[in-house]
Design a binder for this molecule. Structure first.
Ligand SMILES: Cc1ncc(COP(=O)(O)O)c(C=O)c1O
Length: 407
């Protein structure tokens, strides 16, 4: 309830919640704790996708320039690329893998490529030396999507510490949560300065409304969400978004061609105040995820379910995915038993859906592996609210009831 009380305190002080004076200390603490380098300059944004947008604009991307990005991704990523005025070029997922690979990335590169976006899917790091070599060869800038990365490797040159910039999400389900939020860290100083000027020019009108809405949502979340109520509350939240009772993670107007008016929003005190205590618990969070990852991988190996490429028992993952033929049934049953099983893709993502794919420069069928992975994806959650007992129950339930498919 710690976050709930903090959110309640912020609800009662709306001007404080919508301010930005707590943000610089939060940015510093984030860089020190998560990528593990206090000297990296960092910028907080309202959401991770806005961080990406600002990085792309700071890189000077425009009409006709291409960004190589994985097809197996959250739709908010191609949306940010399009809102930044660039074209999307998709890298297919590798065989036996949820990540794109150096080969599929290289296949998506063209003379128009200006940025290569590397995503560490579920927390499995991409081989950064190869990604950096591909970027260098094509003259493109390397940017890292670390929204699912739990444990960036220590030392420079590892995941989260190789690209010119890396962005992280602190959305509800992410490695740590401030409800909504995103932080970008920069290795390229000039890119940082440009992104900072861009962010500091964002309009401020909506800040108070946004801060109030987020504090309220985090308070209600702390009050209502328990492992066994998670699925019901998540369903109610999605419904409330659809009927526009709450502005959720993705708003309906983001699916349009034009960037919504209030898309560009900076990180606020409400996020800094909620994030600071989470950063203090970061190492414990990582360790917890490491233990649950090992438990899941052990039981899945016992029943012969395919383990995702690159995932090893000593790693800390954001989630452990499996491919199942009976996805709807698994999600229904897991929800009714309150088990920590979820899916990243409960509806077709806008960039692969037949009706909207063209808007995101995708041809349905273009990356068949990624599409197939999305359709069959469920994952075991590793977050701090998942106890070892419930994790064990969840993976045993999958072992007994899932019709596993190849990755
Ligand atoms: C891989 C990936 N990239 C980007 C994002 C966007 O983050 P945010 O929701 O904070 O905008 C998400 C999550 O939603 C994600 O999972």
């Amino acid at each position: 309830m710690g976050q709930g009380m903090a959110a309640l305190g912020l609800l009662l002080r709306p001007a404080r919640a919508a301010g930005t004076d707590l943000v610089p200390a939060y940015e510093k603490a984030f860089a020190a704790a998560v990528p593990g380098d206090a000297s990296l300059p960092a910028l907080a944004f309202w959401r991770g996708r806005v961080a990406l947008w600002a990085i792309l604009r700071a890189a000077g991307l425009g009409d006709g320039d291409e960004v190589v990005l994985p097809a197996f991704t959250c739709e908010s990523v191609p949306m940010a690329v399009k809102f930044a005025g660039a074209r999307c070029a998709y890298a297919e997922a590798g065989a036996g893998d949820f990540n794109a690979t150096p080969e599929t990335i290289a296949a998506a590169v063209s003379p128009r490529t200006r940025v290569i976006l590397c995503q560490h899917t579920y927390g499995v790091p991409l081989p950064m030396a190869e990604a950096a070599a591909a970027a260098e060869k094509s003259g493109a800038m390397l940017i890292e999507d670390c929204c699912q990365l739990v444990a960036p490797a220590p030392g420079a040159g590892g995941p989260g510490r190789t690209g010119a910039a890396a962005f992280f999400s602190t959305q509800w389900s992410k490695p740590f949560s401030t409800g909504l939020g995103g932080v970008a860290v920069f290795r390229d100083r000039a890119l940082y300065e440009a992104a900072r000027s861009i962010r500091d020019a964002f309009p401020r009108e909506g800040d108070r409304r946004r801060a109030r809405s987020l504090a309220l949502q985090v308070f209600l979340h702390a009050l209502m969400v328990r492992p066994w109520t998670h699925a019901v509350v998540a369903g109610a939240y999605r419904w409330a978004q659809r009927v526009r009772l709450v502005r959720g993670t993705t708003t309906a107007d983001e699916y349009g061609r034009n960037m919504p008016q209030d898309y560009l929003a900076r990180g606020l005190n409400v996020q800094a105040a909620l994030g600071m205590p989470e950063l203090a618990r970061w190492q414990a969070n990582v360790e917890h995820r490491r233990q649950l990852t090992a438990l899941y991988l052990r039981v899945l190996a016992e029943v012969g379910a395919a383990a995702p490429g690159g995932m090893r028992p000593g790693d800390a993952m954001w989630a452990v995915p499996v491919q199942v033929e009976n996805k709807d049934e698994i999600l229904r049953q897991a929800a009714s038993q309150g088990l920590p099983v979820a899916t990243w893709f409960d509806v077709p993502q806008a960039h692969v859906a037949a009706g909207t794919a063209a808007r995101y420069d995708y041809r349905p069928g273009q990356c068949p592996r990624a599409e197939r992975l999305m359709q069959r994806e469920v994952h075991l959650m590793t977050g701090p609210s998942v106890s070892a007992r419930r994790a064990g129950a969840a993976v045993r339930f999958l072992a007994a009831c899932a019709r596993f498919a190849e990755i």
